[in-house]
Design a binder for this molecule. Structure first.
Ligand code: ADP
Ligand code: MG
Length: 393
């Protein structure tokens, strides 16, 4: 891979250099307190290595969707003390990410010191990738590091626009790890099993199309499966389907036949009268009128689990059912456990899929959990990520 990492920067030396780190510190805030701090923890290793090498670090991120305005509830300020705790060093905070105050805050840093800049998206220029805003960010740095994989598929000022304006650029540890593991799916040790679920064909059609010719076995679950079943004229009751994706589903099914790769749909289902905890439910092989498919059935889960046991690489994206409701989480649970138990390299991507894996307590037995939902799907499709392309050139 042509993307330089932190190792390359450290080899050249960063002592005394102003290093701008684009991190993903987009954490949930409750009453001004950091909730789940996974993203702050994940960002710490790159920051720590740079600080230990004597860099003067300005770390920047987005938080929420303030749409170009200053929104007090979306301030990154509460992140500073948590980051300080994790790094074991003071973290100062600057009320803006560009302009005089930010320039002064960076100028005030000594070697090995760090300042957290305010939410990038308080400025419309961030998501607009405005050249003036990109220049203002670039003015803060001698070296640029991107460690925010989750936004690497967006051409924003802090992920793309500013990069060529700074002398030196590299990928952070987190971003490099993401690329390396997703590369394992792009160039897998075969057989490659892809298990795709979640609620919509429309949001994942690109991945479906990319994987149908690529994966040796493609297994579909979640609500997505019902659009496939409906496109084959099978009964789906009141299950969530996308009428306008029936053609796309039929196209994927045809492509699977043509390539000769195995394509699996659920052979049994958990159906319920409503998608609610406590709703009457049962296991069926054909969905009756008036019922909603809410999870793959046990025979399907067993079939997918057997595939996981004989694969050498497994990629999973999207839960197999409405995992948020305990009674409808069993299919996702069984498949997650099969991934945890296989000797194959296992990569799980997608916000809900990672949340499900966390809830099911299997994360330490999964090779790689991809934090960047949209970015990982685009990368697996073979699309160029603007944030990565910027580092390559
Ligand atoms: P990810 O975030 O892992 O990419 P998605 O966002 O595509 O996954 O899908 C997750 C959502 O899909 C969950 O909220 C889950 O409840 C929903 N879902 C899965 N199966 C069904 C189903 N059978 N009916 C309705 N919703 C479903
Ligand atoms: Mg999701």
């Amino acid at each position: 891979m042509a993307v330089p990492g932190v190792d390359a920067l450290l080899a050249e030396g960063v002592k005394g250099k102003r290093v701008f780190v684009r991190a993903d510190l987009n954490v949930p805030l409750q009453q001004g307190e950091v909730g789940d701090d996974t993203r702050i923890r994940a960002s710490a290793p790159t920051l720590r290595r740079l600080l230990e090498a004597g860099a003067r670090v300005a770390v920047a991120s987005h938080l929420g969707r303030p749409k170009g305005r200053r929104v007090t509830e979306m301030s990154l300020r509460p992140v500073a003390p948590r980051l300080a705790e994790l790094l074991g060093t003071g973290v100062s905070f600057c009320e803006d990410c560009v302009g005089e105050s930010a320039e002064q805050a960076v100028a005030d840093l000594g070697d090995g010191q760090i300042v957290l800049l305010e939410n990038l998206r308080f400025h419309p220029g961030e998501t607009d990738n405005d050249p003036d805003f990109a220049r203002a960010l670039a003015a803060l740095a001698d070296v640029y590091v991107n460690d925010a994989f989750g936004t690497a598929h967006r051409a924003h000022a802090s992920t793309a626009g500013m990069v060529p304006l700074v002398g030196r650029a590299a990928a952070g540890d987190l971003l490099l790890a993401e690329l390396e593991h997703l590369e394992v799916v792009r160039k897998p040790r075969r057989p490659l099993l892809a298990i795709l679920g979640g609620n919509k064909v429309s949001t994942k059609i690109g991945v479906l199309e990319a994987l149908v010719g690529h994966a040796d076995v493609l297994a579909v679950g979640g609500a997505m499966a019902y659009t496939f079943l409906a496109s084959r004229g099978e009964p789906v009751g009141n299950s969530l389907i996308e009428e306008d994706q029936m053609d796309a589903a039929a196209r994927v099914t045809r492509a699977a036949k043509e390539t000769g790769h195995e394509f699996m749909l659920p052979i049994d289902h958990v159906v319920a009268e409503t998608i609610e905890a406590g709703a009457p439910s049962r296991i069926v092989s054909d969905i009756p009128d008036g019922w909603i498919g809410v999870d793959i059935g046990p025979a399907t889960a067993r079939a997918y689990a057997e595939q996981a046991a004989s694969a050498n690489t497994v990629f999973m994206n999207g839960p197999m059912g409405v995992y948020e409701v305990k009674e409808f989480a069993l299919g996702t649970q069984r498949v997650a456990e099969a991934l945890a138990g296989t000797d194959a390299i296992t990569v799980v991507g997608g916000g809900d899929s990672v949340a499900a894996a966390n809830e099911m307590g299997v994360t330490d037995r999964i090779t790689h959990l991809s934090t960047g939902g949209g970015a990982s799907l685009e990368y697996i499709q073979g699309l160029e990520l603007p944030g990565v392309a910027a580092l390559e050139s």
